[in-house]
Design a protein around this ligand. Structure first.
Ligand code: DC
Length: 223
Protein backbone atom coordinates (compact mmCIF):
# COMPACT_ATOMS: atom_id res chain seq x y z
CA UNK A 1 0.00 0.00 0.00
CA UNK A 2 1.21 3.49 -0.84
CA UNK A 3 2.28 5.57 2.16
CA UNK A 4 0.16 8.63 1.53
CA UNK A 5 -2.73 8.42 -0.89
CA UNK A 6 -5.64 10.61 -1.88
CA UNK A 7 -9.01 9.43 -3.12
CA UNK A 8 -11.28 11.85 -4.99
CA UNK A 9 -14.98 11.03 -5.03
CA UNK A 10 -17.12 13.32 -7.14
CA UNK A 11 -20.66 13.14 -8.38
CA UNK A 12 -24.11 14.73 -8.22
CA UNK A 13 -26.17 15.25 -5.05
CA UNK A 14 -27.63 12.10 -3.53
CA UNK A 15 -25.47 9.47 -5.26
CA UNK A 16 -24.30 8.18 -1.86
CA UNK A 17 -20.93 9.96 -1.96
CA UNK A 18 -20.69 11.06 1.64
CA UNK A 19 -21.93 7.81 3.20
CA UNK A 20 -19.59 5.74 1.05
CA UNK A 21 -16.63 8.14 1.30
CA UNK A 22 -16.94 8.24 5.09
CA UNK A 23 -16.97 4.44 5.34
CA UNK A 24 -14.06 4.16 2.90
CA UNK A 25 -11.96 6.62 4.90
CA UNK A 26 -12.57 4.54 8.00
CA UNK A 27 -11.74 1.27 6.25
CA UNK A 28 -8.58 2.72 4.69
CA UNK A 29 -7.51 4.57 7.83
CA UNK A 30 -7.56 7.90 6.01
CA UNK A 31 -8.94 11.33 6.83
CA UNK A 32 -12.39 12.11 5.44
CA UNK A 33 -13.27 15.53 4.09
CA UNK A 34 -16.82 16.35 2.99
CA UNK A 35 -16.25 19.49 0.91
CA UNK A 36 -19.98 20.03 0.31
CA UNK A 37 -20.31 20.82 4.04
CA UNK A 38 -17.95 23.76 3.52
CA UNK A 39 -20.09 25.24 0.70
CA UNK A 40 -23.14 24.65 2.89
CA UNK A 41 -21.54 26.60 5.75
CA UNK A 42 -20.88 29.54 3.42
CA UNK A 43 -24.51 29.30 2.19
CA UNK A 44 -25.75 29.32 5.78
CA UNK A 45 -23.65 32.39 6.60
CA UNK A 46 -25.19 34.29 3.67
CA UNK A 47 -28.75 33.20 4.60
CA UNK A 48 -28.28 34.20 8.23
CA UNK A 49 -26.85 37.58 7.32
CA UNK A 50 -29.55 38.46 4.80
CA UNK A 51 -27.16 38.40 1.81
CA UNK A 52 -28.89 37.20 -1.36
CA UNK A 53 -27.25 33.99 -2.59
CA UNK A 54 -28.36 34.99 -6.11
CA UNK A 55 -26.18 38.11 -5.93
CA UNK A 56 -22.70 36.84 -6.78
CA UNK A 57 -21.10 40.25 -6.18
CA UNK A 58 -22.60 40.56 -2.71
CA UNK A 59 -21.60 36.98 -1.83
CA UNK A 60 -18.02 37.60 -3.03
CA UNK A 61 -17.74 40.87 -1.11
CA UNK A 62 -18.80 39.19 2.15
CA UNK A 63 -16.41 36.21 1.85
CA UNK A 64 -13.67 37.91 3.88
CA UNK A 65 -16.00 38.06 6.87
CA UNK A 66 -16.81 34.33 6.76
CA UNK A 67 -14.91 32.60 9.55
CA UNK A 68 -15.14 28.95 8.55
CA UNK A 69 -13.30 26.00 10.04
CA UNK A 70 -13.42 22.23 10.03
CA UNK A 71 -12.85 20.03 13.05
CA UNK A 72 -13.13 16.37 13.99
CA UNK A 73 -14.87 14.96 17.05
CA UNK A 74 -14.42 11.22 17.57
CA UNK A 75 -13.35 11.03 13.94
CA UNK A 76 -16.53 12.75 12.75
CA UNK A 77 -16.22 15.95 10.73
CA UNK A 78 -17.78 19.08 12.26
CA UNK A 79 -18.29 22.44 10.54
CA UNK A 80 -17.86 25.70 12.42
CA UNK A 81 -18.87 29.26 11.61
CA UNK A 82 -17.09 31.73 13.91
CA UNK A 83 -16.59 28.86 16.34
CA UNK A 84 -20.27 27.82 16.37
CA UNK A 85 -20.92 24.18 15.46
CA UNK A 86 -23.28 24.41 12.47
CA UNK A 87 -23.00 20.73 11.42
CA UNK A 88 -26.75 20.14 11.87
CA UNK A 89 -27.92 23.59 10.70
CA UNK A 90 -26.32 23.16 7.25
CA UNK A 91 -28.42 20.05 6.46
CA UNK A 92 -31.70 21.73 5.45
CA UNK A 93 -33.04 21.82 1.85
CA UNK A 94 -32.80 25.65 2.00
CA UNK A 95 -29.13 25.37 2.84
CA UNK A 96 -28.56 22.81 0.05
CA UNK A 97 -29.87 25.29 -2.48
CA UNK A 98 -27.90 28.19 -0.96
CA UNK A 99 -24.72 26.05 -1.07
CA UNK A 100 -25.29 25.29 -4.74
CA UNK A 101 -25.77 29.01 -5.49
CA UNK A 102 -22.72 30.28 -3.57
CA UNK A 103 -20.57 27.49 -5.00
CA UNK A 104 -20.80 29.18 -8.43
CA UNK A 105 -19.01 32.29 -7.09
CA UNK A 106 -15.27 32.20 -7.93
CA UNK A 107 -14.23 33.96 -4.69
CA UNK A 108 -16.01 31.28 -2.67
CA UNK A 109 -14.38 28.43 -4.59
CA UNK A 110 -10.91 30.00 -4.36
CA UNK A 111 -11.14 30.29 -0.60
CA UNK A 112 -12.58 26.80 -0.04
CA UNK A 113 -10.28 24.98 -2.47
CA UNK A 114 -7.25 26.51 -0.70
CA UNK A 115 -8.66 25.40 2.66
CA UNK A 116 -9.38 21.87 1.33
CA UNK A 117 -5.81 21.47 0.05
CA UNK A 118 -4.42 22.79 3.31
CA UNK A 119 -6.49 20.32 5.38
CA UNK A 120 -5.47 17.40 3.16
CA UNK A 121 -1.76 18.25 3.25
CA UNK A 122 0.38 15.47 4.63
CA UNK A 123 -2.51 13.01 5.22
CA UNK A 124 -4.03 10.14 3.37
CA UNK A 125 -7.43 11.48 2.52
CA UNK A 126 -10.78 10.55 1.05
CA UNK A 127 -12.42 13.75 -0.19
CA UNK A 128 -15.87 14.05 -1.68
CA UNK A 129 -17.40 16.87 -3.69
CA UNK A 130 -17.92 18.00 -7.27
CA UNK A 131 -14.46 19.15 -8.40
CA UNK A 132 -12.06 17.08 -6.32
CA UNK A 133 -10.65 15.03 -9.21
CA UNK A 134 -10.75 17.92 -11.69
CA UNK A 135 -9.53 20.86 -9.58
CA UNK A 136 -8.75 20.24 -5.90
CA UNK A 137 -6.63 17.09 -6.20
CA UNK A 138 -5.80 16.69 -9.91
CA UNK A 139 -3.11 14.18 -8.96
CA UNK A 140 -5.33 12.07 -6.69
CA UNK A 141 -4.24 8.44 -6.45
CA UNK A 142 -7.73 7.21 -7.42
CA UNK A 143 -10.63 9.23 -8.81
CA UNK A 144 -14.17 7.94 -8.66
CA UNK A 145 -17.22 9.52 -10.29
CA UNK A 146 -20.20 8.24 -8.37
CA UNK A 147 -23.57 8.77 -9.97
CA UNK A 148 -27.15 7.45 -10.10
CA UNK A 149 -30.34 8.42 -11.92
CA UNK A 150 -32.08 11.57 -10.62
CA UNK A 151 -35.08 9.42 -9.56
CA UNK A 152 -32.96 6.99 -7.53
CA UNK A 153 -31.16 9.88 -5.86
CA UNK A 154 -34.41 11.72 -5.07
CA UNK A 155 -35.87 8.55 -3.56
CA UNK A 156 -32.89 8.21 -1.22
CA UNK A 157 -32.92 11.89 -0.31
CA UNK A 158 -36.67 11.82 0.47
CA UNK A 159 -36.12 8.79 2.72
CA UNK A 160 -33.21 10.51 4.52
CA UNK A 161 -35.26 13.67 5.09
CA UNK A 162 -38.21 11.63 6.43
CA UNK A 163 -35.86 9.80 8.81
CA UNK A 164 -34.59 13.15 10.07
CA UNK A 165 -38.17 14.27 10.76
CA UNK A 166 -38.21 16.69 7.79
CA UNK A 167 -40.60 14.87 5.41
CA UNK A 168 -40.83 16.35 1.91
CA UNK A 169 -42.85 15.16 -1.05
CA UNK A 170 -41.03 13.20 -3.72
CA UNK A 171 -41.83 15.60 -6.59
CA UNK A 172 -40.31 18.53 -4.68
CA UNK A 173 -37.16 16.57 -3.78
CA UNK A 174 -36.77 15.41 -7.40
CA UNK A 175 -37.22 18.97 -8.71
CA UNK A 176 -34.60 20.22 -6.21
CA UNK A 177 -32.15 17.51 -7.27
CA UNK A 178 -32.66 18.34 -10.95
CA UNK A 179 -32.21 22.05 -10.32
CA UNK A 180 -29.02 21.47 -8.32
CA UNK A 181 -27.69 19.08 -11.00
CA UNK A 182 -28.26 21.76 -13.60
CA UNK A 183 -26.69 24.55 -11.52
CA UNK A 184 -23.71 22.44 -10.43
CA UNK A 185 -22.90 21.21 -13.92
CA UNK A 186 -23.52 24.45 -15.83
CA UNK A 187 -21.60 26.97 -13.74
CA UNK A 188 -18.61 28.67 -15.35
CA UNK A 189 -16.06 27.75 -12.68
CA UNK A 190 -15.21 24.12 -11.83
CA UNK A 191 -18.52 22.61 -12.98
CA UNK A 192 -19.46 19.10 -11.92
CA UNK A 193 -17.99 16.76 -14.49
CA UNK A 194 -16.22 13.46 -14.58
CA UNK A 195 -12.42 13.77 -14.71
CA UNK A 196 -10.93 12.04 -17.77
CA UNK A 197 -9.12 9.57 -15.55
CA UNK A 198 -11.99 8.93 -13.11
CA UNK A 199 -13.68 5.54 -12.75
CA UNK A 200 -17.45 5.79 -13.30
CA UNK A 201 -19.65 3.97 -10.80
CA UNK A 202 -23.45 4.07 -11.21
CA UNK A 203 -25.33 3.25 -8.00
CA UNK A 204 -28.90 3.48 -9.43
CA UNK A 205 -29.55 -0.22 -9.06
CA UNK A 206 -27.00 -1.30 -6.46
CA UNK A 207 -27.28 -0.72 -2.72
CA UNK A 208 -24.89 1.21 -0.50
CA UNK A 209 -23.09 -1.88 0.78
CA UNK A 210 -22.52 -3.20 -2.72
CA UNK A 211 -21.30 0.22 -3.91
CA UNK A 212 -18.95 0.42 -0.92
CA UNK A 213 -17.52 -3.06 -1.59
CA UNK A 214 -17.01 -2.25 -5.27
CA UNK A 215 -15.24 1.02 -4.53
CA UNK A 216 -13.08 -0.49 -1.80
CA UNK A 217 -11.93 -3.27 -4.12
CA UNK A 218 -11.22 -0.75 -6.89
CA UNK A 219 -9.26 1.54 -4.59
CA UNK A 220 -7.26 -1.24 -2.95
CA UNK A 221 -6.14 -2.35 -6.39
CA UNK A 222 -4.61 1.12 -6.92
CA UNK A 223 -2.97 2.06 -3.62
O1 DC B 1 -22.41 17.53 -1.53
P1 DC B 1 -23.42 18.54 -1.00
O2 DC B 1 -24.82 18.27 -1.45
O3 DC B 1 -23.33 18.71 0.47
O4 DC B 1 -22.95 19.92 -1.68
C1 DC B 1 -23.68 21.12 -1.53
C2 DC B 1 -23.43 22.03 -2.74
O5 DC B 1 -22.07 22.48 -2.73
C3 DC B 1 -23.62 21.37 -4.10
O6 DC B 1 -24.89 21.65 -4.65
C4 DC B 1 -22.53 21.95 -4.97
C5 DC B 1 -21.53 22.52 -4.04
N1 DC B 1 -20.23 21.81 -4.04
C6 DC B 1 -19.30 22.22 -4.96
O7 DC B 1 -19.59 23.07 -5.79
N2 DC B 1 -18.06 21.67 -4.95
C7 DC B 1 -17.74 20.73 -4.06
N3 DC B 1 -16.51 20.22 -4.07
C8 DC B 1 -18.70 20.27 -3.13
C9 DC B 1 -19.95 20.82 -3.15
Amino acid sequence: MQKIFSIAIDGPAGAGKSTIAKALAKALNAMYLDTGAMYRAVGLYMLRNGISVNDAKAVASHMDAVDISVGYEDGVQRMYLAGEDVSAAIRTPECSMAASKVSAVPAVRQRLVALQRQIAQGHSVVMDGRDIGTVVLPNATVKIFLTASAEARAQRRAKELAEKGQPADFATVLADIRQRDYQDSHRAVAPLKQADDAILVDTSSIGLQESFDLLKRTILAHI
